[in-house]
Ligand binder design. Structure first.
Ligand code: NAX
Length: 328
C-alpha cells in the first residue's frame, strides 16, 4: 500500500467542498490505489464547524477504503501541516452592495494568512490550487506570501472554463468531448478569459476548419463560456458546485498523474511567455509529466487573439495593482 497523501481543503463545508471531498476520498483525484488524509479547514464560527462535523460524519459513513484519516480545524497551520496538496476553495463571497475592490481586499487578507501558513508548515513540494474567487489574484497573493515555496507550486483554476468550452465545442462540431485536443483558455478566471480553439484538433484534423464560423466564435461561443457561471446561478439559484469540484479534481489529477502529451489549461505564474509579465497568474496551455507542468510555447497569436489576451491581462494587472500595497 502506498503512503497516504495529505490533502488540505479549505471551505470544506461549503457547496463545492460537499461535491469534492467524497470524490477525493474515493480515489478519483489521485488514483484508486492512493490513500489520502483529508485536512479540512473551515471558519472559526459555530455554524461552519458544526457543518464540517456533519460532512466528516458522512465521509465516515461511506467507509472509503482509501480514506486514511480526517482532520477538522479552524487553524490554517493545522490544516496545511505537511500537506502535499492544498485546495483553497473557501473565500469571502461578494455581499450585497460590496464593491469589487472591497472583495479583493477581503480575500487578500484570507490568502495572505493562508499563504504564510503554507509557507510555514506545508510540504516543500505542496501543490496548491486556488478555486476561491478572484482565483488568479488570490493565488498570486498566496504565492507572494510564501517566499520559501517554489512559485510554480501555486496555481489557479481555469479548468472549469476549459471544460465548459470543450462541451460547447463538442456540441457545435458534433464530436465527442474526449476527441478534442490542443484547446486552451487564456487569462483570468472571469468573463474576460479567452477560450481559443485555433489550434484544436479532432482526430488530427483542425477543429477550427470543421467549425469554420468566425461569427459564432466571437458572438456566441466566447461570450457564452465567459458568462456560463452567471447562467448557472440564474438557473439553479446557486453557483456552480459539482462542475467546479469536478474541474478541481481534473486539475490536480492531471498535474500529479500527467496528461500523456495532451494539452490542458492551468492558471500558473507566467515565465514571461507570450508577453505576459513574469509572476502574473494566467491561464496557459500546458502539458504535465512527473508532477510538473510545461507551457506550450511559441504558438502564433493573431490580432483577434492578441486583443483578447490583452483585455484579460489588463484586468489581472488591475487586480494585482489593487492589492500591491499589501504585499510589500
Ligand atoms: P460556499 O459559500 O458554499 O462555501 C465556501 C465555504 O468557505 C463556506 O463554508 C465558508 O464558511 C468557507 N470559508 C470562507 N472563508 C474561509 C476561510 N478564510 N477559511 C476557511 N473557510 C472559509 O461557496 P462555494 O460555492 O463552495 O464556492 C467557493 C468559492 O469558489 C467561491 O469563492 C466561488 O466564487 C469560487 N468558485 C470558483 C470557480 C472557479 O472556476 N475558479 C467556479 C465555482 C465557484 O464560483
Amino acid at each position: 500500500m502506498k503512503q497516504p497523501v495529505r490533502v488540505a481543503v479549505t471551505g470544506a463545508a461549503g457547496q463545492i467542498g460537499y461535491a469534492l471531498l467524497f470524490r477525493i476520498a474515493s480515489g478519483e483525484m489521485l488514483g484508486k490505489d492512493q490513500p489520502v488524509i483529508l485536512q479540512l479547514l473551515e471558519l472559526p464560527i459555530e455554524k461552519a464547524q458544526a457543518a464540517l462535523k456533519g460532512v466528516i460524519m458522512e465521509l465516515e459513513d461511506c467507509a472509503f477504503p482509501l480514506l486514511a484519516g480526517t482532520v477538522a480545524t479552524d487553524d490554517p497551520e493545522v490544516a496545511f501541516k505537511d500537506a502535499d496538496i492544498a485546495l483553497l476553495v473557501g473565500a469571502m463571497p461578494r455581499g450585497p452592495g460590496m464593491e469589487r475592490k472591497d472583495l479583493l481586499l477581503k480575500n487578500a487578507e484570507i490568502f495572505t494568512v493562508q499563504g504564510k501558513a503554507l509557507n510555514k508548515v506545508a510540504s516543500r513540494d505542496v501543490k496548491v490550487l486556488v478555486v476561491g474567487n478572484p482565483a488568479n489574484t488570490n493565488a498570486y497573493i498566496a504565492m507572494k506570501s510564501a517566499p520559501d515555496l517554489d512559485p510554480k507550486n501555486f496555481t489557479a483554476m481555469l479548468r472549469l472554463d476549459h471544460n465548459r468550452a470543450l462541451s460547447q465545442l463538442s456540441t457545435k462540431a458534433g464530436v465527442a468531448v474526449g476527441e478534442i485536443e490542443k484547446f486552451v483558455v487564456w487569462g483570468n478566471h472571469s468573463p474576460t478569459m479567452y477560450p481559443d480553439y485555433r489550434f484544436a484538433t479532432v482526430g488530427g484534423a483542425s477543429l477550427k476548419d470543421k467549425i469554420n464560423d468566425a461569427d459564432w466564435n466571437a458572438n456566441d461561443f466566447i461570450p457564452k463560456v465567459g458568462k456560463r457561471g452567471a447562467a448557472i446561478i440564474e438557473a439553479r439559484g446557486l453557483s456552480s458546485a459539482a462542475s467546479a469540484a469536478n474541474a478541481a479534481i481534473d486539475h490536480i489529477h492531471d498535474w500529479v498523474l500527467g496528461t500523456n502529451g495532451k494539452w490542458t489549461t492551468m492558471g500558473i505564474p507566467s515565465d514571461g511567455s507570450y508577453g505576459i509579465p513574469e509572476g502574473v497568474i494566467f491561464g496557459f496551455p500546458v502539458t504535465t509529466e512527473n508532477g510538473k507542468y510545461t507551457i506550450i510555447k511559441d504558438l502564433p497569436i493573431d490580432e483577434f487573439s492578441q486583443k483578447a489576451i490583452d483585455k484579460t491581462l489588463a484586468e489581472l494587472e488591475e487586480e494585482r495593482g489593487g492589492v500591491a500595497h499589501l504585499l510589500g
